[in-house]
Design a protein around this ligand. Structure first.
Ligand SMILES: NC(=O)c1ccc[n+]([C@@H]2O[C@H](COP(=O)([O-])OP(=O)(O)OC[C@H]3O[C@@H](n4cnc5c(N)ncnc54)[C@H](OP(=O)(O)O)[C@@H]3O)[C@@H](O)[C@H]2O)c1
Length: 159
């Protein structure tokens, strides 16, 4: 499977239940990569989407232990095993922190948007792939900039 994430220099990914920052160019990049694929996410990340609704044009597999949680347009799974049995190989794990931590070992490609700043108020993180020898950089895009924020797309592959 694939994983896609936006991180700051400390591999931070969020604060107070929301993204650190929204970069519209990165949102387009995320859509282009995930459209027509399956996305896998945690119940808390769903709440950060517009209207708290699943992503259009994608099959949404959501993890939640709440048996009465049944959002329209999504499939809900209460455990990893059942979810993994339903997830196709080309699925994208799209967060949040708990779901990344649980499913990173099942992924072989990581699409990382590296944001060139530090957000000290961040409260959740992605594992530092640069500190994991099994993950190698396969492709590194040029530095981009939006509203004064520098960022770059980096693809890691499991060696
Ligand atoms: N920078 C990025 O690229 C990015 C991407 C996505 C999210 N984020 C950020 O990540 C943060 C959210 O991460 P989070 O870790 O707090 O929440 P999360 O992973 O989105 O969702 C956690 C919820 O998922 C369910 N869950 C997780 N593991 C499960 C399992 N093994 N079995 C069954 N259900 C499971 C539980 O739902 P129930 O409580 O309903 O049981 C749990 O409370 C936010 O700040 C968000 O903005 C950042």
């Amino acid at each position: 499977m694939n994983v896609i994430v936006a991180v700051d220099r400390n591999w931070a990914i969020g604060r107070d239940g929301d993204q650190l920052v929204y970069i519209s160019e990165d949102l387009k990049h995320f859509k282009a990569l995930t459209l027509n694929h399956t996305v896998i996410l945690g119940r808390k990340t769903l709440t950060t989407f517009p209207g708290g609704r699943p992503l259009k044009g994608r099959r949404n597999l959501i993890l939640s232990r709440n048996p009465s949680f049944a959002p329209e347009g999504a499939e809900v799974f209460s455990d990893l095993e059942t979810l993994l049995a339903a997830a196709p190989e080309d699925a994208f794990v799209i967060g949040g922190a708990s779901v990344y931590a649980a499913l990173l070992d099942f992924c072989d490609t990581a699409y990382v948007t590296k944001i060139g700043g530090r957000f000290p108020e961040a409260d959740c993180f992605f594992p530092d792939l640069d500190a994991r020898p099994e993950w190698q950089i396969a492709e590194e895009g040029p530095e981009l900039e939006e509203s004064g924020l520098k960022f770059r797309y980096v693809t890691y592959k499991r060696a």
